[in-house]
Ligand binder design. Sequence first.
Ligand SMILES: CC(C)(COP(=O)(O)OP(=O)(O)OC[C@H]1O[C@@H](n2cnc3c(N)ncnc32)[C@H](O)[C@@H]1OP(=O)(O)O)[C@@H](O)C(=O)NCCC(=O)NCCS
Length: 176
Amino acid sequence: MVLETERLILRELVIDDWQAIHLYAADADLVKFMEWGPNSEDDTKAYVQHIISTQGQTPRKVYEVAITLKGDGSLIGVCGLHLEEHSQASLGYCLNRTFWGRGFATEAAYSLCQYGLCEIHLHRIFATCRPENTASARVMEKLGMKKEGTLREHFYAKGKWQNSFMYSVLADEFTE
Ligand SMILES: CC(C)(COP(=O)(O)OP(=O)(O)OC[C@H]1O[C@@H](n2cnc3c(N)ncnc32)[C@H](O)[C@@H]1OP(=O)(O)O)[C@@H](O)C(=O)NCCC(=O)NCCS
């Protein structure tokens, strides 16, 4: 699967992507709001191998793709849709901090939501973020997602029970 936006190409991950991903996946401060990380090199290689192993699944459940710059093709992050029952999927994204604040996460996630809702006919896409992750919440708002509320201490990671804001968009709300 390949998606093209104004400034980006979203493409399937390949094994050689692990080094560009590791640049941010090993950054303890960058991943402080994620369930995973900071990664060892083996963690990042295993993650990329796992995603590649999902690409040929039928029916496909995981659309986790590289976010690359149109100009030089460099990988600046990853975003993904993970399909669940009832035509729903969770959305996630993570970018190298060098590229933050330029609208790239929103541009990539918008394209993936468009693909999910309009091409594979999902009914609902949801995303969660830690309440302190203002940048991620802002991306969800810019995508047109609505805040549903707070999930209270719904998973344990990094030494404590974590709360999350839950956002979602429904197919008939999504503006192309
Ligand atoms: C969240 C993340 C993907 C955003 O990427 P990005 O490319 O910078 O996002 P965008 O530029 O599309 O939008 C970010 C928005 O958040 C805003 N923002 C960023 N930091 C902020 C802060 N500390 N307080 C308030 N707003 C903030 C930006 O101003 C921008 O909004 P605007 O366009 O209205 O000005 C990036 O910060 C990241 O990879 N973080 C680490 C991984 C992560 O947390 N992923 C999400 C897990 S839920």
